[in-house]
Design a protein. Structure first.
Length: 244
C-alpha cells in the first residue's frame, strides 16, 4: 500500500474512533484549574506547551481512578478561586495551601502534600536568615499566596506582589529586592537551576489540597476516593518519586 493511502486510512479510523467514543458515552469531563507557573508542581513544557508536574500527574491519576477525563485549564493564580466559583472548572490543583480563609469560600480534598514557605535570597547574602531579618525590607511574593500572607505580617516590610511566581524570584536574582517568600519545593527546584540564589529554613507548615465548590459534595467524595486509592496502590509514591 502507498504511504499516503495508509495515512489516509489511519486518519479515517481515528475519526471513527473519536466519533464512536463521543457516542458511546464518553467519560465525564473533569475540568481542572491550575496556574502553570510553579515548577515542579505545574508548568508548561517550553516547546510543546504541554502541562507537566507533580500536580498534573496526580490529578490525571485521580481522574483515571474516578473514571473521568481530565482537562487542564491554565488560569492566573489570583483568578483560580473566582474561576472555580463561577464554574469555569470543577476543581483546582495548584499547590494550593489549605487555609482558614480559603475554606470560607471553597472545600478542599484531603491534604495531598506537606509544604512550607521559605525565604529566598542571593547566594552571597549574609544578613537575612529569619523572618525578623526581613523587618523594614522589601519582599517579593506571588500575589495572594501564603507567601504574600507571611510577608504582609512582617513589621515595616514592603511587599512587592507579582502575578507570576517566577517573576518574584527573578526580582531577587536581579537585585531589585533582597528576598522573596515562596514554597519550599519551588525554591529547591529554582535554586537547582540558578546558582545565584539560596533559601533558608521553613518558616511555616502547610498542606496542599484540591479545591472544589462546597456544594459539589459528589466530586469532593470522588476526588478523596481517587486520592485514597492511588495512595493505597502505590501510584502516589511513584508520582512523588518522579518529581522529588
Ligand atoms: N502554596 C501557596 C499558596 O497556596 C502558593 C501556591 C502557588 N501556586 C501556583 N501554582 N502558583 O498560597
Amino acid at each position: 500500500m502507498k504511504k499516503s493511502s495508509l495515512i489516509f486510512g489511519l486518519c479515517i479510523t481515528l475519526v471513527f474512533m473519536i466519533g464512536a467514543s463521543t457516542i458511546v458515552g464518553a467519560k465525564p469531563l473533569l475540568k481542572v484549574g491550575t496556574s502553570a507557573d510553579f515548577p515542579p508542581f505545574e508548568f508548561q513544557d517550553e516547546k510543546t506547551g504541554a502541562y507537566l508536574g507533580f500536580d498534573i500527574d496526580l490529578i490525571n491519576a485521580i481522574g483515571k481512578a474516578a473514571d473521568m477525563e481530565v482537562q487542564i485549564v491554565n488560569t492566573a493564580w489570583d483568578g483560580l478561586i473566582p474561576g472555580l466559583l463561577t464554574g469555569n472548572f470543577d476543581c483546582i490543583i495548584s499547590a494550593m495551601t489549605i487555609t482558614e480563609e480559603r475554606l470560607k469560600a471553597v472545600a478542599f480534598s484531603d491534604p495531598y502534600f506537606s509544604s512550607s514557605q521559605v525565604i529566598v535570597t542571593k547566594v552571597d547574602d549574609t544578613a537575612i536568615k529569619t523572618v525578623e531579618d526581613l523587618q523594614g525590607k522589601q519582599i517579593a511574593v506571588q500575589i495572594g499566596t501564603t507567601g504574600d500572607l507571611e510577608a504582609s505580617e512582617i513589621e515595616g516590610a514592603t511587599v512587592k506582589r507579582f502575578n507570576l511566581a517566577p517573576d518574584a524570584i527573578q526580582e531577587v536574582r536581579n537585585g531589585s529586592v533582597p528576598a522573596c517568600i515562596i514554597d519550599l519545593a519551588v525554591a529547591e527546584e529554582i535554586a537547582k537551576e540558578y546558582k545565584d540564589i539560596k533559601f533558608g529554613e521553613p518558616i511555616t507548615t502547610e498542606s496542599y489540597g484540591i479545591a472544589i465548590r462546597k456544594n459539589n459534595t459528589e466530586l469532593i467524595q470522588k476526588i478523596n476516593d481517587g486520592l485514597a486509592s492511588i495512595k493505597a496502590s502505590g501510584e502516589y509514591d511513584e508520582i512523588h518519586a518522579d518529581w522529588f
